[in-house]
Ligand binder design. Structure first.
Ligand code: NAI
Length: 253
């Protein structure tokens, strides 16, 4: 099985830590050139250094991906420095406060939707013309267990990740004749820095409590990264519109 990723140009967002970091390292190990995009400058630079130390090629673009100017800079840099974009991984995301709908503030709703759903839309829109011109491209979005079910997070995060699933499937259908594939992973609980800022007594967590028992074994970031790399690779050349749970069977319960 060949991944075909050697020499390919790959953008990974949220690559300064957690799942994105593991994906950036895994793509680099396959010989891909990796653009590490993250809000966290220190984390992004550390990942670039880590890749360069092993003889790989990487560069960092830092900033808030919910801003159009940052999105444009990411796409432009990949095109200028790597000659195009073969793979886009929309992985950056933030958790909500596990708030039930009536407790979601405007600010929480706007921020979570903006980072988790609008930012992937903006970056995909910026990158797509380059993929279409090349006649090929693979997009992999990091959705969530919360994109599959209603019992894994608060209202804002759940809505945003269901949105990511819809965006992925629509992209797959609309561009299926033009060499573009779009897939998503749906991670279950994964050992990263992401933790919800939760008040355990609040209505959201209290209401979800009874459904959390079947979560299963917590995943490593590397297990999520392996699924991302597979979906981006030539090994998945006829797979598009799929949402792949990486969750120790949680979604099957
Ligand atoms: P993480 O917090 O370790 O990594 C997220 C990265 O995204 C961070 O480096 C952060 O700086 C970056 N980021 C956040 N907002 C950004 C913005 N506006 N612009 C640019 N970069 C930004 O968390 P993790 O777990 O690696 O999260 C990656 C993805 O996995 C997210 O989309 C998350 O929703 C998803 N996920 C995580 C699960 C878990 O249990 N850890 C479960 C299901 C999904």
């Amino acid at each position: 099985m060949t991944t075909g990723l050697d020499g390919r140009s790959v953008i990974v967002t949220g690559a300064g830590s957690g799942i994105g970091r593991a994906a950036a390292l895994a793509f680099a190990a396959e010989g891909a050139r990796v653009l590490v995009a993250d809000l966290n400058e220190e984390g992004a630079r550390a990942v670039v250094e880590e890749i360069e130390k092993t003889g790989g090629t990487a560069l960092a673009v830092t900033g808030d991906l919910s801003e159009q100017a940052v999105v444009d800079r990411v796409a432009q840099t990949a095109v200028e420095r790597f000659g195009g974009v073969d793979v886009l991984v929309n992985n950056a995301g933030i958790m909500d406060r596990m708030s039930a709908l009536a407790d979601v503030s405007d600010a929480e709703w706007e921020r979570v939707l903006r980072v988790n759903l609008t930012a992937p839309f903006l970056l995909t829109r910026a990158v797509l013309p380059h993929m279409l011109a090349a006649g090929r491209g693979a997009v992999v979005n990091t959705a969530s267990e919360a994109g599959l079910r209603g019992s894994a997070a608060g209202a804002a995060y759940t809505a945003s990740k269901h949105g990511v699933v819809g965006l992925t499937k629509n992209l797959a259908v609309m561009y299926r004749g033009q060499g573009i594939r779009a897939n998503a992973i749906a991670p279950g609980g994964t050992a990263t820095g992401m933790v919800p800022d939760v008040d355990g007594e609040a209505h959201g967590p209290r209401a979800l409590g009874p459904y959390f028992g079947n979560v299963g074994r917590i995943s490593t970031p590397e297990e999520q990264a392996a699924a991302i790399v597979f979906l981006a690779s030539d090994a998945a050349s006829n797979i598009s519109g799929v949402v792949l749970p990486v969750d120790n069977g949680w979604s099957a319960v």
